[in-house]
Design a protein around this ligand. Sequence first.
Ligand SMILES: C[S@@+](CC[C@H](N)C(=O)[O-])C[C@H]1O[C@@H](n2cnc3c(N)ncnc32)[C@H](O)[C@@H]1O
Length: 464
Amino acid sequence: MGTRKYKKLKDQTRRLTPLAMNWKGKFVAEIPEGKALISGAYPNIECEVSFGRYSKKGVIAKPIEFSSVPDYAKEPICDHFKSCGGCTLQHINVDAQCDFKRDLFLKEVQDLEFVRDKSNEIEMIQSNDEMYYRNKMEFTFQQEKWGDKHFGLHEEGRFQSIVSLDTCHLQLPKMQEVFAVVRDWYFNNEVSGYNPWSHTGIMRHLLLRASKHTDTVQVNLICNATIEEVPFIEELLSDLKSKCSISGIYFVENRSLSDAVIFENVTKIYGEDYLVETIGDKEFEVAPQAFFQTNSSGVFTLYSKIHDVLAKQNALGGKLIDFYCGAGTIGIFLSECFKEIVGVDEIPQAIENAKINAKRNNIENARYISEKVEKLVNMQDFQNADVLIVDPPRVGCHKKARRLIKRLGVEYIVYVACNQQTLQENLIDFIEEYKIVEMCLVDMFPQTGHLESITLLKKVRPSS
Ligand SMILES: C[S@@+](CC[C@H](N)C(=O)[O-])C[C@H]1O[C@@H](n2cnc3c(N)ncnc32)[C@H](O)[C@@H]1O
């Protein structure tokens, strides 16, 4: 359906009843024109909405009034909840958030026999922290051509518009202290924000990473300028060093036209080269660009569950393949449970980090290969493996990678998915030779529509 019908709805109001949540944490109502995507609503509860922007996916609708309010409703903790695109589910308690995510998950994987027969066995593990759990945040500076300055997160549904924030309740508390110092400096001094339309202005992004273990923050200032061109930078650095718990400060010069945070010319201007974070009793070095799961205590829960599902099958003890290994975290976490580990990731920097992390933890039974999984040719590295962990990016596992995994013929596959929309399509490819033994959900990102899942597959037929 085209978008012309949506255009006519702009600023109109209508009474709608959304039926379910989608993975963006919006509530979807079918309308004669197509789909209305309602933020801050409740399933099966009628509300009056006003229509706004639209895309091929549907027309955005904001609730004005509800016919009733469910008992799982909750007062959002954040004043910016209605305008900020950072989190979408603060108006619902976490038990209900988990129920909605579980329902959506079951719908995505409904064609799998295991789900049809044993959906009540699929456990949902809730996060230890409802708020203040994120160890990485990317804030944006912006300045309009008439001078108004903004600093915060992208507005809901409007990528080029920034909502200025006083705080963000998802980030770890030490990050909030840094955020406040940078915000005050930016608004109280003659320092320009980037204008994405004219590509002028200096400050572009503030990327914060933090360690829950050391309670310190790594600050990355991303600018459309050299450090010498940033006015009052010495005042900012001095405030950060004296008022905040800083691990290191990096300056990144980025003059590209793209809005993404690009690490072009990176200079460390203060402190340590990397943050140190722990998962269980293992330590990991987190450099500015390194991939690291964004919920430090949630990742312990996720990896512990991977351990537990394998332990339940007596599948520990042999050789482990860790595909899409990033900085090697899963394999290193499990290193004492396996004789040998082989990790693969396409990004050479991630593999370098994995090697450093293995060394830091005195692990001598791990090897790492920098290659796309679907392009691996030397199968000798993976011979006689017993367990294969697959933790692909949101697009899922490439078809050729799935073929290769089947050819390896390991006894157990643990499929970790961060995008449940690609999961069923990926798993179905294995079902002739493998059966699903266990599925489990981990709510690593409360207040948002994101969910992690773990699927354990056991070999039942020889590879064809
Ligand atoms: C979801 S992350 C998982 C990282 C790690 N397992 C962890 O728990 O921190 C996905 C990883 O897959 C890597 N990746 C993406 N496409 C790949 C491919 N085709 N082959 C190998 N690695 C890939 C990315 O570099 C990233 O490190």
